[in-house]
Design a protein around this ligand. Sequence first.
Ligand SMILES: NC(=O)c1ccc[n+]([C@@H]2O[C@H](COP(=O)([O-])OP(=O)(O)OC[C@H]3O[C@@H](n4cnc5c(N)ncnc54)[C@H](OP(=O)(O)O)[C@@H]3O)[C@@H](O)[C@H]2O)c1
Length: 247
Amino acid sequence: MFNVAGKVVCVTGASGGIGRSIATYLADNGAMVVGVARRESELMAWSKSAGGNTAFVATDLSDRSLMPENITQIESHFGAPDILINAAGINTREAADDVTAAGWDITMNINLMAPFFLAQGLVPAMQRKGWGRIINFASLQSRRAFPSGIAYGASKGGVEQLTRAMAEAWSSQGVNVNALAPGFFPTELTESVFADPVRSNRNAQQTCIGRNGKENDLYGPVLFFCSSASDYVTGQTLFLDGGFTAK
Ligand SMILES: NC(=O)c1ccc[n+]([C@@H]2O[C@H](COP(=O)([O-])OP(=O)(O)OC[C@H]3O[C@@H](n4cnc5c(N)ncnc54)[C@H](OP(=O)(O)O)[C@@H]3O)[C@@H](O)[C@H]2O)c1
């Protein structure tokens, strides 16, 4: 039931952080994984270390005009993906009074536009097979306002609704769409948070479990959403946050 062996998976953000961890885990479990991000050297290093059935596409997902070519490139390696994981994301951390047009646009493009248009390009093949999975990445900021998080929070609030709307559009054709909303996991994105021990500890204490997230914490929920174990689950956002939002 929790099997991904033989599935073709596209993971965006595979050059680092959460995307890279997930891409490696799924490849270790027998999936054929295409990683997508901008940094070719990092993608190549990931693909070499993950070995086996991995490939990559180096592209800028914030550029909508590249989407048709991105789809062609992604499908060229192992055929059309069964599963899309939209893990690429950015947080410009601009305060509300200082948000720039460029900061706003890039945040919306990567966090909200790319997940939708990638999905729109990859869904037809999933519909033809009658089975597919899309996993988006929401955030604590999908529901909570953090300082200097206005563009990021708005984009992640959008991701939660995007997930419901995608589920409404495609689930009847076998394509289930869900989102994971991580708490605090140490990656490049959260470097400034973890560099401050007081802040990092405060975040840990805000959880019910009493610690921040670790790589291993991602795998069970990802496997659930990627496999037939979640056949009757769609349009949902699962908070993978140690109980941060429960407290
Ligand atoms: N870490 C956390 O605690 C946390 C908490 C809540 C939600 N999240 C969400 O989880 C997802 C992964 O976060 P993370 O912590 O792993 O972040 P990360 O370590 O900063 O990694 C972000 C990934 O996105 C890729 N990316 C950024 N801009 C891109 C672009 N224009 N085109 C293509 N790829 C691009 C980066 O690759 P390149 O630089 O090579 O392009 C990188 O692989 C994000 O959606 C984030 O919002 C994370």
